[in-house]
Design a protein around this ligand. Structure first.
Ligand SMILES: Nc1ncnc2c1ncn2[C@@H]1O[C@H](COP(=O)(O)OP(=O)(O)O)[C@@H](O)[C@H]1O
Ligand SMILES: [Mg+2]
Length: 365
């Protein structure tokens, strides 16, 4: 039986959530979860892109099925919205086994993890999202479970304390993290299979948009699917969210079909520019320019200035800006690049006031 624990997303605890929600940047965690589930591919063959990863997974799955042995522990890392949860849920379905789902932040002590371990049936999957946020005590508790399929439980304390050793079924841990760098070496080493997910090409995203428009029973022209794909920051979740928004826009302001003009108007209204950058991305770049003179600036300092947790910047903002060459990471901090200045319409000596006046230019196609 599938045991499900709602994945708690408390990344947003100390974020000025209301303003973020109003700008439409994030849906509340539970909503986003539901929306993700609605459009999530359910079989490996429906997964678009990540060709090399998918090919390796197929080999692992085939070998596992042939040998009738549990799959080796598997770790996915990569920025949010690229398919970690999707792949983690596709795997047990392909293997025909059960899955239990939990997340690092909701495992505050070994006792929280214990029921998952004892419930795990032979060959089943335990998916631990945000595994880098598991506290050290839980981490130590999971080592013998992953390595030898046993747990050591201490009962009582003082001179009465005794440790009992409990045998577990052989199962598979699938971990997901946006920060593989934050995993301790011993934990990372216990994953025999590690896969890194990277940003998607525009073509792959356009395929996802067209397919999902079909699932949502919405007509979309190819140019509009392409337009959404270009502005989705290499991220399927973003592409899906923009698709939903343009669909609402098309229903409310047009005849329900997503034409190129409808897509452009809808995205302009959300403040997404031609490079796919949103309000928060531009504010980040502008902060480095106007407060830190273009950098180098530490992410903590940038976060303080923007009143945004550094963790949010590192997870959600920086990976794409780095990939696209809008910022550079140096040992002394983040630096703005010429590409960012050109994009924002700032010459190196233009004042920030002048820059603000020039911002609307970015939306012209
Ligand atoms: N390779 C893919 N092909 C098709 N859709 C995808 C793919 N990867 C992600 N998605 C879509 O993006 C959404 C977010 O993906 P998810 O797996 O939840 O991301 P993550 O767990 O990495 O944050 C999913 O609901 C799914 O619809
Ligand atoms: Mg996820």
């Amino acid at each position: 039986m599938a045991r499900k624990t709602t994945v708690r997303n408390d990344d947003e605890d100390d974020e000025p959530l209301e303003s973020a929600r109003e700008s439409g940047r994030v849906a509340p965690a539970a909503d986003q979860q539901r929306l993700d589930d609605e459009l999530r591919p359910s079989r490996l063959e429906d997964v678009v892109g990540q060709r090399a990863v998918v090919e390796r997974l197929r080999i692992l799955l085939d070998a596992t099925k042939k040998r009738k042995e549990p799959l080796g522990h598997l770790l996915f890392d990569g920025p949010p919205g690229l398919g970690k949860t999707t792949l983690a849920t596709v795997i047990p379905r392909e293997l025909g086994t059960d899955i239990q789902i939990t997340a690092g932040p909701s495992l505050s002590a070994p006792k929280d993890l214990l029921p998952y371990l004892t419930n795990a049936s032979h060959g089943s999957v335990l998916f631990i999202d945000e595994i880098h946020r598991m506290p050290p005590t839980v981490e130590e508790f999971i080592y013998p479970a992953m390595e030898d399929f046993r747990v050591d439980i201490t009962l009582g304390d003082g001179i009465n304390a005794r440790t009992i050793n409990m045998k577990l079924q052989q199962f598979t841990v699938i971990g997901a993290t946006t920060r593989s760098g934050m995993l301790t070496a011993p934990l990372r080493d216990r994953f025999v299979n590690r896969e890194h997910l990277d940003f998607y090409t525009t073509e792959e995203l356009a395929t996802i948009v067209r397919r999902n428009a079909g699932k949502l029973r919405t007509e979309i022209v190819d140019e509009a699917a392409w337009e959404i794909a270009i502005r989705a920051r290499g991220t399927p979740r973003k592409a899906n969210n923009w698709l939903r928004w343009t669909r609402d826009f098309a229903d409310a302001r047009a005849d329900g079909r997503i034409s190129l003009d409808v897509a452009r108007a809808a995205l302009r209204m959300k403040g997404v520019d031609v490079a796919g950058l949103e309000e928060q991305d531009r504010r980040y770049l502008e902060t480095i320019i106007s407060v830190f003179g273009g950098g180098p600036a530490g992410v903590q300092a940038i976060g303080h200035t923007m009143n945004t947790p550094a963790e949010t910047l590192e997870d959600e903002v920086e990976p794409f800006l780095l990939r696209e060459g809008f910022i550079q990471r140096t040992p002394r901090g983040r630096m703005i690049t010429a590409r960012a200045l050109t994009h924002l319409g700032v010459s190196e000596r233009t004042s920030s006031a002048a820059k603000k006046r020039m911002l609307p230019d970015m939306f012209s196609e």
